[in-house]
Design a protein around this ligand. Structure first.
Ligand SMILES: Cc1ncc(COP(=O)(O)O)c(C=O)c1O
Length: 298
């Protein structure tokens, strides 16, 4: 990983000095919370996409885990901008992580709390223009099993199991159904479908309401498409022309097939392409209307 420095508990230190003790609570019980954020090269230097919204979600996630972060949201945002600058990076991925330190036993009360930030260059997450997707035999975490609106590390054991299964069976990515049998989301992505000029996505409930999903809904509307949140069953898949994933890591990525349902002959659809290209312009600062979503590194 090409990164030299990380931010830990209030200061920037070399990566090799940022180690965790073996008996770290969050390592054993999945009690950490985290964010995934991207920054992009723009005409005015690097800029972080929707930094404020990601940090607001980090603090929300922390609250669900009983964590009181001893820094303000503003301090964390500024630490991220300073860390990117210190590492001399122009584009990449940012991983803030809040975790309970040394303490065994499930209750984290009295465990020390740590806040870490790392960033590194990270290219495309899914490396194909369209991906082959398998509906997972694992169900998405039930909304009453955890807090689905929070990015809690423990929720990701479900994602890791589904990813392993999909890759083992020769697919590029997994897709979860929720406990009602409706299409929910990917292991680290939200999903959209296209029918005519209408863009459809599953409603909140059993998904992480992604910040990219939220951006996409605004962009699709601005581009003149109708946008609908609607429950979708696997048997409904056949009626859609196109499908794509969204997320900070995947950005916008076409889906060629889900199990045996093929979209647009397996190629990226026209509307997916339109939205993907617009998103790429927005994150690189080319569309002034969306500048409010960018935090520039001075
Ligand atoms: C399970 C899951 N769903 C959806 C997303 C997309 O969220 P965002 O667009 O905020 O990155 C992510 C990634 O963070 C995720 O892990």
């Amino acid at each position: 990983m090409k990164t030299q420095y990380v931010w830990l508990d209030g200061g920037i230190i070399p990566l090799e000095k940022a180690t965790v003790p073996l008996l770290t609570h969050s390592l054993h019980y999945g009690s950490a919370v985290f964010e995934g954020i991207r920054f992009y090269n723009t005409g005015h230097g690097p800029a972080v996409f929707r930094l404020h919204d990601h940090i607001a979600r980090l603090f929300f996630s922390a609250k669900t885990m009983g964590m009181r972060i001893p820094f303000s949201q503003k301090t964390i945002e500024q630490a991220i901008l300073a860390l990117i600058k210190k590492n001399g990076l122009t584009s990449g991925y940012i991983r803030p992580l809040v975790y309970y330190g040394e303490k065994m036993g499930l209750s984290p009360t009295d465990a020390p709390l740590h806040v870490a930030i790392a960033c590194w260059p990270w290219g495309k997450y899914l490396t194909k223009e369209t991906v082959a997707v398998k509906i997972s035999s694992f169900m998405r975490v039930h909304p009453r099993t955890s807090v689905m609106t929070a990015k809690i590390s423990g929720n990701y054991a479900n994602s890791v199991l589904a990813s392993l299964e999909a890759h083992r069976e020769g697919y590029d990515e997994a897709l979860f159904l929720d406990y009602k049998g409706n299409i929910a989301e990917g292991p680290g992505e939200n999903i959209f479908f296209v029918k005519g000029k209408t863009v459809v996505t599953p409603p909140e409930g059993s998904i992480l309401p992604g910040i990219t999903r939220n951006s996409l809904m605004a962009i699709a509307k601005d581009l003149g498409y109708t946008i609908k949140e609607q429950t979708i069953k696997p048997k409904d898949l056949k009626k859609f022309d196109e499908a794509f994933f969204t997320g900070t890591a995947v950005e916008v990525n076409g889906i060629g097939k889900i199990d045996d349902v093929i979209f647009n002959k397996g190629k990226e659809g026209q509307i997916t392409k339109h939205i993907r290209e617009t998103y790429a312009q927005i994150v690189s600062g080319a569309l002034p209307r969306y500048k409010k979503w960018l935090a520039y590194i001075q």
